[in-house]
Design a binder for this molecule. Structure first.
Ligand code: HEM
Length: 472
């Protein structure tokens, strides 16, 4: 592991070298890590034997983020996971709550158009347009949306006059991405547990602790204050997700559970979404016919007289296909969070011992040449099924991994789909997008240490709607 960093590239290289869709390596003295890149085998793990591969590993990153496994995503199988998953499913992300929070999401979608217009206006040197950093824009869109949904306010501090993030939000989002970078990131002491908390061999622990502190120093005081308000009668009506969490009755959550779960909700919302938007737009700019078809779909579905709204999302099949294609070709991370087996079993003819860490390769599945024709080509059409059928961002056959499936599958499908589709739809409807300056193409190159776009996407935006249609 020390000689072959980054570990995810090394594992994929080994799979290529051995021409195998399933590979087991032993990390440390006793951890079997099983990587998978075939949908059939992936379905055996997550559909046929879902009950067995239902746990998560005990790792430094998961333990710190979840406040010692108080939450949903990181907690190993057991009562705490069951309790939190039920709460997230039924109380936080239910269809009723989704509908209740629509005005908050609408507010954010309007802010997005205003913010891009303000950025364009500020850049006098560019005729009719302005350069927009799409990575910053999308990360902050999802960060703002989630702060608004959870805390009822988009800014911890004052924010900026142009609607952009202030220093508090910039620090908050940056810290969330440091956490994401080190989550399930093959930290050495995860495989030599007796060294954990004694040595920080690869420096992950220090970075993780500092990032979590930076996130929680903004969030936790708001939770404490809100609990006080409910206790002293200053708050009487539920207005956001924090109120819902505090007012749960059976079971009641402790302040520590609420605080840890909010950290997890924040990171669950911001990573896949913002990364997919950045890659999708970069690919669309390089292939103008795709961008044109997306615009045509919006004109057809929404018309030219109104701004796209959430009620249109179900009919924006091409836009959703563009996002789904970004999930397939450019996932945020190369592997799904590990699924740990709770007993010995056999999968696809291979013996898998209890405690194995099964990691489905989002990268390998999405680019598997036995599944996808011309897999490296960005081609949204491959997701358009028969006339009249809706495109959904999920893939239950695990030919690509967006939200995954089974008991550990994502609970945020509706929220994730709505926020991501609205962001891309508003961007494409509201503005034309081109490569900046004299560049003809966006350079579609990945980082070496992760699989994000190596250089943040900066694109030239020009308003394409009459002035009066933009929210003031
Ligand atoms: C486009 C957006 C999103 C994508 C692509 C996505 C993807 C995923 C993936 C791949 C997993 C892991 C599944 C597995 O291990 O098999 C997951 C788990 C989860 N996601 Fe999402 N997610 C998104 C948005 C959200 C949102 C908005 C929320 C909530 C606010 C959320 C909450 C969760 C939770 C609670 C789990 C953990 C389930 C468990 O371990 O039991 N996700 N998500």
């Amino acid at each position: 592991m020390l000689l072959n960093k980054p570990t995810f590239r090394w594992i994929h290289k080994l799979m290529d070298q051995y021409h195998t869709p399933i590979l087991c390596i032993r990390l440390g003295p006793s951890t079997h890590v099983v990587a998978v890149s075939s949908p059939d085998i992936a379905c055996e793990f997550l559909k046929k034997q879902d009950e067995i591969f239902i746990s998560r590993p005990d790792v430094m990153s998961g333990c710190l983020i979840s406040g010692g496994y108080l939450t949903t995503i990181m907690s190993p199988f057991g009562e705490q996971w069951r309790k939190m998953k039920r709460i997230i499913n039924r109380e936080m992300l239910s269809p009723t709550i989704h509908k209740w929070l629509q005005p908050t999401r609408d507010q954010e979608a309007d802010q997005l158009l205003k913010y891009i217009c303000n950025q364009i206006e500020k850049q006098d040197d560019i005729v009719d347009g302005g350069l927009i950093n799409i990575r910053a824009l999308s990360q902050h869109f999802f960060g703002n949306a989630m702060r608004n949904i959870v805390f009822g306010k988009r800014f911890f501090g004052q924010g900026m006059e142009d609607g952009g993030p202030g220093k508090e939000e910039t620090e908050h989002v940056a810290a969330l991405f440091v956490i994401l970078k080190h989550l399930y990131a093959f930290c050495i002491t995860d495989y030599f547990p007796w060294l954990r908390w004694k040595t920080d061999f690869d420096g992950h622990e220090k970075k993780m602790r500092s990032a979590i502190e930076n996130v929680r120093k903004y969030q936790d005081p708001l939770v404490d204050e809100r609990i006080r308000m409910w206790n002293n009668g200053a708050r009487k009506e539920k207005c956001d997700m924090l109120d819902v969490l505090i007012k749960l009755e059976s079971p009641k959550l402790t302040p520590e559970e609420i605080k840890a779960q909010i950290v997890e909700l924040m990171i669950a919302t911001i990573d896949n979404t913002s990364n997919a938007i950045e890659w999708a737009l970069a690919e669309m700019i390089n292939e103008p016919t795709i961008l044109k078809r997306a615009v045509e779909e919006l004109e057809h579905v929404v018309g030219c007289k109104k701004i796209v709204e959430e009620q249109d999302v179900s009919r924006l099949n091409y836009i959703k296909a563009c996002i789904k294609e970004a999930f397939r070709l450019h996932p945020f991370v190369s592997f799904l969070p590990p699924h740990v087996s709770t007993m010995d079993t056999t999968v696809a003819g291979y013996f898998i011992p209890k405690g194995s860490h099964v990691i489905l390769s989002r990268y390998g599945l999405g680019r598997n040449p036995n599944v996808w024709v011309d897999p490296l080509r960005y081609d949204p059409d491959r997701h358009l099924r028969g006339e009249g059928k809706q495109v959904v961002l999920t893939d239950d056959d695990l030919r690509l991994i967006s939200f995954s499936t089974g008991k550990r599958g994502c609970t945020g499908i509706a929220l994730g789909t709505t926020l991501t589709t609205m962001l891309l739809a508003r961007m494409v409807q509201g503005f034309t997008w081109e490569a900046p300056g004299n560049e003809r193409f966006i350079e579609l190159v990945e980082n070496h240490d992760d699989i994000c776009l190596a250089k943040p996407l900066v694109a030239l935006a020009k308003p394409r709607l009459p002035h009066h249609m933009y929210p003031i």
